[in-house]
Design a protein around this ligand. Structure first.
Ligand code: BDP
Length: 704
């Protein structure tokens, strides 16, 4: 009777489930279950290889976690979840090592770790660093994750889970890790009304309206994801800051978020609106040298620290794009930053003062302005001020030379600001893996102190001896199920975290580990996905900014619009940048032009002053050249431009085709979501090619 009442569809489901069980038990990988991407890279999919599984199970047969209670709870929960998924069985938790194969997680003060005599190395690696090593405890085999601090033990736990998830051997582990940058932060451009500036994955995760009474459980997953990468701070609100975020009501909301994220090692920061003493404080001025204004900020800082004792500090966008700032009162950026720094200093907070300024009265060339305003201020900032600078001097273009400010302010620590959200890189529609772009930036030699003065060494403080170091990424998260809109956009969140931890990791290595955790461990699948990811940034550059032509976009920064001659501001148009005319195209930034090249150290300045020694990728960034200019390849400039647009459009189509070949190798749900977006990307890339070539041909009068 019972069997007869089962409907055919249900029976088929049951059959498939049984079959999957049998295949899994037999060690045969089954087609992955449908997934919505909400687990990100923390899927903990069952280990397929029987050999590895056996090795993992023998090494991790029991768990002993000895840390302060809040972190211990998170570590234990993550290990339980991760190991259950990976090893297919619960691993029992114990209070001491009772047999071979114990995984011990502890800090320098926990009894087991203290007895190991590892204090010197733990001290050297600091409270966020960790070791993972095999040892004997009471004669029993144990694998130990140890750190001087709770955070380090948490990061070490995620590190081990990553090794297991990627299918690494853990037989000879001797890991010593320590982050290269002290502050590793996400910057959320979230507004208090729930919208996100340049956000393409839904609405704000914070759900301000429900706070502080209701905490969205997703905040815990947000904490886990960031902790898994070693990120340790988050700026909650938009740099175009609403002063309301500093009112008592919003401080209480921020405090609720801070309480939730604290055990995951994340500190909370706020963007501050410089005019707040007037807007919400009732003062007649926000002049940083006015004692009443200084008092107001001191009181405000004290109020915030009462609610959030470990508050990180303020991020400030001042006198930029209409935001208020010290220059409204004829004061300098340093006057403004220092006033806030003094208010935060007694509590241990910092000010991240943004160098994203481009006042048109400073210089006709937009990319020179920030340098001209900030470099003369070097040495005048308090020691708890960090100047936050975007990687490039314009605004998160798909390719820019590094910002000349890096290395030119040796007395001022800097925060490198990268943009994870793809404002100028196809939003959440185009698949663009950003690691190669960020690596190119970190690896550039600035020559600030002679050869070998890479941006990476400036960012990590080693070149100029800075003790405060920081990396910030403008987040691409929102409340969509998969967090970032495009399943592949999550790779950019991942890569940002990994490079913030260690900027010397390679694009290839990070792609490999992300793919194994997120999609599949099958070597052919990993290889195929890695190939399309690794080529995607250059493809995007080819179809949107060949040879350094830049900013050919319209208002939403997505649409192709080389004819854009924005009437509001010249430097928001496209024509200001490409300067196409009958003779040629490109922005002359040589000594005969805007002179921007001389903001760079020699020999970069000299090399980039001459088109013959300028890397082709930056040719039209630094030079206005005739259409018949000869490229090293022998092609004319026009032919080169045409070739890049064509190649870019072809590459986009190739990425789509390569993805199609992966049908069945990854789960259907995510496969289809990615395929739909790639369809659009191919269409858009062709549109970029067609529109730009038709547009520029009007000037070159050449065919294509
Ligand atoms: C630009 C964005 C704008 C931001 C600004 C900034 O278009 O929305 O407010 O940068 O970084 O890229 O302040």
């Amino acid at each position: 009777m019972a069997a007869m009442s089962v409907a055919p569809a249900a029976r088929a489901r049951k059959f498939r489930a049984c079959l999957a069980c049998i295949l899994t038990l037999a060690g045969v990988p089954t087609v992955a279950r449908a997934e919505d991407g909400s687990d990100l890279w923390l899927r903990y999919a069952a280990v397929e290889s029987p050999v590895l599984l056996d090795a993992y199970r023998r090494t991790i047969a029991s768990l002993v976690v000895q840390q302060s209670p809040a972190t211990a709870a998170i570590v234990s929960k993550e290990l339980a979840r991760g190991l259950k998924g990976l090893l297919g069985a619960e691993v029992p938790a114990r209070t001491s090592v009772t047999g071979d194969g114990a995984l011990v997680v502890g800090t320098a003060t926990s009894p087991i770790v203290a007895a190991l005599g590892w204090n010197a190395v733990l001290k050297e690696l600091g409270p966020e660093g960790f070791v993972i090593r095999h040892t004997l405890i009471g004669g029993r085999r144990a694998l130990v994750i140890a750190s001087a601090g709770d955070r380090g033990a948490l990061y070490g736990t995620f590190h081990l889970l990553r090794l297991l998830s990627t299918g690494a051997s853990i037989a000879q582990l001797d890991v010593r890790e320590r982050p290269r940058h002290q502050l590793r932060l996400l910057n959320h451009w979230d507004n208090l009304n729930g919208s996100i500036e340049r956000g393409y994955a839904g609405r704000s995760l914070w759900r301000w309206e429900e706070l502080p009474a209701t905490i969205d459980p997703r905040l815990h997953d947000y904490g886990r994801a960031n902790a898994s990468l070693g990120l340790n701070g988050t700026v909650l609100n938009n740099v175009n800051a609403n002063a309301q975020s500093l009112t008592a009501a919003y401080i209480a909301k921020a405090a609720a978020i801070a309480d939730t994220l604290r055990p995951y090692g994340l500190k909370v920061y706020l963007s501050a609106n410089f005019a707040a003493p007037g807007t919400i404080g009732g003062l007649a001025t926000a002049d940083p040298l006015d004692p009443a204004v200084q008092r107001w900020w001191k009181d405000k800082a004290a109020e915030i620290y009462k609610a959030i004792p470990d508050f990180g500090g303020f991020l400030v966008k001042a006198n930029s794009e209409g935001q208020p700032g010290p220059q409204d009162y004829q004061r300098t950026h340093a006057d403004g930053a220092n006033m806030l720094a003094d208010a935060l200093k007694p509590h241990g907070g910092i000010v991240m003062w943004r160098a994203f300024v481009y006042d048109a009265s400073v210089d006709p060339d937009r990319i020179k302005r920030a340098y001209m305003e900030f470099v003369p201020l070097d040495g005048t900032f308090r020691d708890n001020v960090i100047v936050q600078t975007k990687n490039g001097p314009l605004d998160f273009m798909p390719r820019e030379p590094y910002h000349a400010v890096f290395g030119a302010m040796p007395k001022t620590p800097n925060v490198v600001e990268l943009q994870i959200t793809q404002e100028y890189l196809g939003h959440s529609t185009h698949l663009v893996y950003l690691a190669p772009m960020w690596k190119e930036f970190f690896d550039t030699d600035t020559f600030a102190r002679g050869p070998g003065s890479t941006v990476a060494k400036i960012a990590d403080g080693t070149l100029q001896g800075h003790t405060v170091t920081a990396i910030a990424g403008v987040a691409n998260t929102g409340n969509e199920r998969n967090w970032t809109g495009h399943h592949f956009a999550a790779a950019n969140w991942y890569v940002f975290g990994r490079l913030a931890w260690n900027s010397s990791l390679s694009s290839e290595a990070i792609a490999d580990e992300w793919i194994r955790q997120t999609w599949s461990r099958r070597p052919e699948t990993v290889q195929a996905i890695a190939t399309l990811m690794l080529g995607s940034r250059e493809a995007f550059v080819n179809y949107t900014m060949p040879l350094g032509l830049h900013h050919l976009i319209g208002g939403d920064h997505y649409a192709v619009m080389p004819e854009n001659d924005d009437k509001r501001r010249l430097d928001w148009s496209a024509t200001y940048y490409h300067r196409a005319d009958a003779k040629g195209v490109g922005f002359d930034r040589t000594r005969g032009g805007s002179g921007a090249v001389d903001q760079y150290f020699k020999p970069n300045a000299d090399r980039w002053n001459d088109p013959k020694t300028t890397p082709e990728k930056f040719l039209l960034w630094f030079h206005h050249l005739p259409w018949d200019y000869r490229l090293p390849s022998g092609q004319t400039l026009w032919q080169g431009i045409v070739a890049h647009y064509r190649r870019g459009a072809e590459q986009a189509a190739d990425i789509e085709r390569d993805w199609t070949a992966l049908k069945g190798s990854v789960d259907d749900e995510r496969y289809a979501a990615v395929a739909a977006r790639l369809r659009q990307q191919t269409i858009d890339a062709a549109a970029w090619r067609d529109k730009c070539l038709a547009y520029f041909a009007q000037f070159s009068k050449l065919s294509y």
